[in-house]
Ligand binder design. Structure first.
Ligand SMILES: Cc1cc2nc3c(=O)[nH]c(=O)nc-3n(C[C@H](O)[C@H](O)[C@H](O)COP(=O)(O)O)c2cc1C
Length: 263
């Protein structure tokens, strides 16, 4: 399965079959964690932990997740680079899990942090901000289906509403140079499906902006930029991320994040 298929097939999974991951699955996921690429230099620590009966308790996700026994936990620094790095790095692991036929769900809000944090010590400056169940998916429950409908989780904003070229009023054509990679970014998951990412393409440079929606909007952008980057790589193109000294000034309610230039 190629990365485009993996991205297109991924959905948040909130119902699992209750079984622990096999040692082989755990070691593949731990290898994916060890091999993540982090172009933003932020602080993020990803751990995979089993909460089976031996842990003596079941951590709370306020009923949102059913049947999960393995969870990823993310310790993240407080600055912008760390939020971007967390989104970018952990989405690589999420896509690996998807490729292995496992379900995941990024969770920033609906979990009791103190339960998951028992016995965990994070590197200095990092705090547990994200957890994510991982396991063999089961059929979604009615409650899950209702939640998805309420958030419009199957829908994404139209391409021309979030991606522009030359100026912030001119929609980018989906069949233009960066079209396929940006389409994969468009499909990325985001907190409450808020899709805060915005883009201005200028020749072979892509400027990434966001419209702040929540405390995890920058992290959401890191996820989208991971999809963009993996697709560029899949297409055999080379490029790198950088902070532009004078990126085009965006509309008032957008903030500049990062840029990418093809070599
Ligand atoms: C950073 C982040 C935080 C999220 N937090 C939660 C959460 O606290 N609870 C939850 O049920 N879903 C959470 N989600 C899942 C989103 O609701 C979901 O990704 C979005 O609705 C799109 O659906 P999809 O992932 O199936 O494409 C989160 C997703 C992201 C990316």
């Amino acid at each position: 399965m190629d990365i485009l298929e993996v991205i297109k097939e991924r959905r948040s999974v909130r119902s699992f079959n209750g079984e622990l991951l096999t040692p082989e699955m755990e070691s593949s996921l731990n290898a994916a964690i060890a091999n993540t690429y982090n172009p933003f230099g932020g602080k993020v620590t990803i751990r995979l932990k089993a909460f089976d009966k031996k842990a003596g308790y079941k951590p709370s996700t306020y009923g949102m997740i059913k049947g999960a026994t393995n969870f990823f936990m993310l310790g993240i620094g407080a600055d912008e680079a760390s939020a971007l790095s967390a989104g970018f790095c952990f989405e690589q692991v999420v896509l690996k899990a998807q490729e292995m036929g496992l379900g995941t769900c990024w969770i920033a809000a609906t979990f009791k942090g103190s339960d998951f944090d028992r016995g965990e010590v994070w590197p200095s400056g990092e705090e547990l901000k994200i957890i994510c169940p991982v396991g063999v998916p089961e059929k979604p429950r009615i409650l899950e289906k209702i939640g998805r409908m309420a958030m419009g989780s199957n829908k994404r904003k139209p391409f021309g509403e979030v991606f522009f070229t030359d100026n912030f009023k001119n929609p980018l054509a989906p069949d233009s140079h960066f079209g396929e990679s940006l389409e994969m970014m468009r499909l990325a998951p985001s907190s409450t499906n808020s899709q805060p990412w915005r883009v201005l393409v200028d020749g072979r440079t892509v400027h990434f902006y966001y419209k702040p929606k929540s405390s995890v909007s920058v992290l959401d952008c890191g996820i989208g930029m991971c999809h963009f980057y993996l697709t560029e790589k899949f297409l055999g193109r080379k490029g790198s991320f950088f902070k532009a000294e004078s990126a085009p000034t965006p509309p008032e309610d957008w903030k500049y994040l990062y840029s990418f230039s093809e070599e």
